[in-house]
Design a protein around this ligand. Sequence first.
Ligand SMILES: [Fe+2]
Ligand SMILES: [Fe+2]
Length: 283
Amino acid sequence: MSHVLDQNLNYDRPIKLADGVFWVGYNDPHSGLQCNPYLIFDGDEAVLIDGGSRPDFSTVMRKVLQVGVEPRQISHLIYQHYDPDLCGSIPNFENIIGRPDLKLISKQENIAFIRHYSVRSEILCMEAIGRRLVMKSGRALTFHATPYAHLAGSFTSYDTASGILFSSDLFGSVGDPKSWRLFLEIERACAGCAAPKPTPDEICGRAGCACPWTGFAFFHRQIMPCNKAVRYAMDVVRSVGPKMIAPQHGSVLHRPDDIAEAIARIAAMDDVGIDGVPAFAGA
Ligand SMILES: [Fe+2]
Ligand SMILES: [Fe+2]
């Protein structure tokens, strides 16, 4: 999907990932934690994935409008877990969409928590709807559970038309916000690199750039609970076989070699969450 780089990457506008798929996120030069909501627009129907935090609402909504979507065309809001960085703006979206038949989609384990965002709309459990959403156009999204990566009810969404997997916190990364790019391409010097990794903000002496693998490792080590959860999730992603991975933080992966190496490296981590904490040695 190298054509994604052939467009004007003006981050103040929505960015097209594939036909009908748009990044409607926010490039915050002061934040090391980039948030990426995504919009699917097919026919006259739109679906928003991991819509964003309350402070980001006006920016995300402006970009939705710039795509050409009227708020009332949004039929579903998908929330792949219940954290505030993706759910905080639910009441804002409900107000502006103004549809009594608006539906939220999440997983059973998340729903009790999502209600605490003052949600008025019906929340559908992704399992109760057969782990798929078929839009009026026939375009289908399939849902894939990734338990405890990082919450019990975490899941990912796969757009069968484009081959894009919306991975939520999986494949998130951190780094210097000033050098952030939406589409990450791993430098040749970094592919297969086994050199000791610098910190996320440090420039690697070998490649002359920040280490992309460090950004992934740092994020997963801190956000995910344990090695087993991450390995299970990587098996799920392999079974889906996406052409593109669009995470809620960090950058989009769109080259097959980069996707394969990212999966392998994340699955090989042995210090994720509690597994990276030394044994308790007494208070
Ligand atoms: Fe999260
Ligand atoms: Fe997140």
